[in-house]
Ligand binder design. Structure first.
Ligand code: FAD
Ligand code: 2HG
Ligand code: ZN
Length: 528
């Protein structure tokens, strides 16, 4: 068997693309504004110590040079300080990358005592500004804790370090006939610990459920350095409070996840993916209802994209990957991606074909195609997974990740575009060539009631932000939706929790934070 370290090397070539160092260089760090300049109301908490040469000497005494990045490595520091959307940029001068859980514990114990603020960081693919510092917080990267600890081929229970990359773990599992119960476009960079810390949802939630159901145990270093080990492998365990649940989705505010125990499902033997077009959002609801009824147990993903999101992706892929031809000949108002996963190819093909005949027969679906092999399946998924990157390819993107009743979902995209137009912000080559906003687009995990509303823009500026916020949060609240379906709270939504949570709920959250982290050193300025 390959060791996991060799396995990672082997996997590196198989990894998905993502905005990488090169892309950062293309945009240039200098154009990215500091969070503290963008949000002058945020003030550094002076109870936090500024790191001194004594502190540095302590870190150097417990870490090797490979586990430490300091001020002289400016370019590297920029990567850790800047978020994926280029909207948030911190000013940390130090990144620690410990190679053992004991070292994480020593670091936290020291930082707690010395009141040094710490931002835990995984793959830094967070979309709400949670993974980067606001000021000079120390960055604690989990990337050197990246091993598979054990895998039980009978039960499918996997135990791994938090810093293992999702795609590497998924490839490891696939070779054993299993798969990770979470899949998302950032898989080539995001870490298992980061996914658990954000309770990431992704494309497989419809089929395999949320991490709250799949995670069996966690190992967590608490803010004072205590190691809370509950790396259980039990599916049923009602002895007291289910402590791990508190850390799932806690976004690095009450503990540092260092190990994850998770139940993984078997890898389906047959997969089908179809890419369909409809003329109206209402038709998406009809197709979804029929897919649930007719594809039932083999339905594994149901995603939607609007025309504008696909136009942006077409443009971006034409510039970056000439091999990607659009799956359909013509453009349409809305597209649907349906995936089925099962164990019997003949049975699954027959079901999918019958379903397609039905929805195309009565013209609910007006155009469509079905992938014929693995390469085509990957290409169709790429059209979906490249939307986030494409939406920011003009320079900036405002992201809203909301849960809404299905029938109301698209009205939010329409009302956002109407507001942008009314406020003269929408770009139009003839009528408004200096308009800074390309447009609001909608796509997402429609099967989970989750819309991604992305407002693609040429730059981040306060006029656009004021047009969008609190307008969008108020609209979601009126419809009894959630202002964060799967991306979390981070810095972006910290002051907007009340749109989705009651004062009592927020008070209990603050009490929990204070219980675990009375000095407030873990991921300050964010969440609650
Ligand atoms: P980071 O971005 O590094 O950190 C995320 C948060 O968790 C931060 O607050 C950080 O402080 C904290 N954290 C990280 N590691 C730990 C740890 N070990 N212990 C404690 N706290 C920690 N999200 C979805 O839900 N569904 C999607 O479909 C989806 N698709 C995406 C597609 C793209 C292209 C991108 C860029 C992002 C996407 N995301 C999605 C958002 C993001 O939440 C996920 O990519 C992922 O969960 C973040 O993992 P990470 O390792 O990059 O964590
Ligand atoms: C997705 O589903 C991710 O692609 C990212 O959750 C969504 O960038 C976004 O808004
Ligand atoms: Zn998503």
């Amino acid at each position: 068997m390959l060791s996991f370290v060799n396995y990672i090397k082997l996997c590196a070539s198989r990894r998905s693309h993502l905005l990488t160092k090169t892309t950062f260089q293309r945009y240039g760090y200098s154009t990215i504004k500091l969070t503290s300049d963008n949000y002058p109301n945020l003030k550094r908490n002076d109870n936090f110590k500024k790191i001194t040469s004594d502190d540095l000497a302590y870190f150097q005494s417990i870490l090797t040079p490979q586990e430490l990045i300091i001020a002289k490595d400016k370019d590297e520091l920029n990567l850790y300080n800047t978020d994926w959307t280029h909207k948030y940029k911190g000013q940390s001068n130090i990144v620690l990358k410990p190679k053992s859980v004991d070292k994480v514990s020593l670091i936290m114990n020291y930082c707690s005592k010395e009141r040094i603020a710490v931002v835990p960081q995984g793959g830094n693919t967070d979309l709400v500004g949670g993974s980067v510092p606001v000021f000079d917080e120390l960055i604690l990267s989990l990337s050197n804790l990246n091993k598979i600890r054990s895998f039980d081929e009978l039960t499918g229970i996997l135990k791994c370090d938090a810093g293992a990359i999702l795609e590497d773990v998924d490839n490891y599992l696939k070779d054993k006939g299993y798969l990770f119960p979470l899949d998302l476009g950032a898989k080539g960079s995001c870490q298992i610990g980061g996914c658990v810390a954000t309770n990431a949802g992704g494309q497989r939630l419809l089929r395999y459920g949320s991490l709250h159901g799949n995670v069996l145990g966690l190992e967590v270093v608490l803010p004072d350095g205590t190691i809370l080990n509950s790396m259980h492998s039990l599916r049923k365990d009602n002895t007291g409070y289910d402590l791990k649940q508190l850390f799932i989705g806690s976004e690095g505010t009450i503990g540092i996840i260092t190990g994850v125990s998770i139940l993984t499902p078997t890898n389906p033997k047959s997969t089908n993916v179809s890419f369909l077009a409809v003329k109206d959002f209402k038709d998406i609801e009809t197709v979804f209802k029929r897919a649930k009824r007719d594809l039932s147990e083999i339905l594994s993903a149901f995603e939607f994209m609007d025309m504008k999101s696909m136009q942006l992706t077409k443009k971006h892929l034409a510039e970056t990957d000439g091999s990607m031809t659009f799956p359909l000949e013509n453009e349409h108002p809305f597209y649907i991606l349906i995936e089925t996963s099962g164990s019997n190819k003949e049975h699954d093909d027959a079901k999918m074909e019958k379903f397609l005949e039905d929805v195309m027969g009565d013209e609910t679906v007006i155009d469509g195609t079905m992938a014929q092999d693995v390469t085509e399946i990957e290409k169709i998924w790429k059209w979906r997974e490249m939307i986030p990157e494409s939406c920011q390819s003009e320079g900036a993107v405002y992201k809203y990740d909301v849960s809404l009743p299905l029938s109301k979902i698209y009205s939010l995209v329409e009302s956002t575009n109407a507001k942008l137009l009314k406020e003269d912000l929408l770009y139009d080559p003839v009528k408004n060539p200096s308009g800074p906003v390309i447009g609001a687009v909608g796509y997402g995990h429609i099967g989970d009631g989750n819309l991604h509303l992305n407002v693609a823009a040429k730059e981040y500026n306060k006029i656009i932000e004021k047009c969008l916020e609190p307008f969008i949060y108020e609209a979601v609240s009126e419809l009894q939706g959630s202002i964060s379906a799967e991306h979390g709270v981070g810095l972006q939504k910290k002051n907007h929790l009340h749109y989705s949570k009651s004062p009592v709920e927020i008070k209990v959250m603050k009490d929990i934070k204070n219980h675990f982290d009375p000095n407030g050193v873990l991921n300050p300025y964010k969440y609650v």
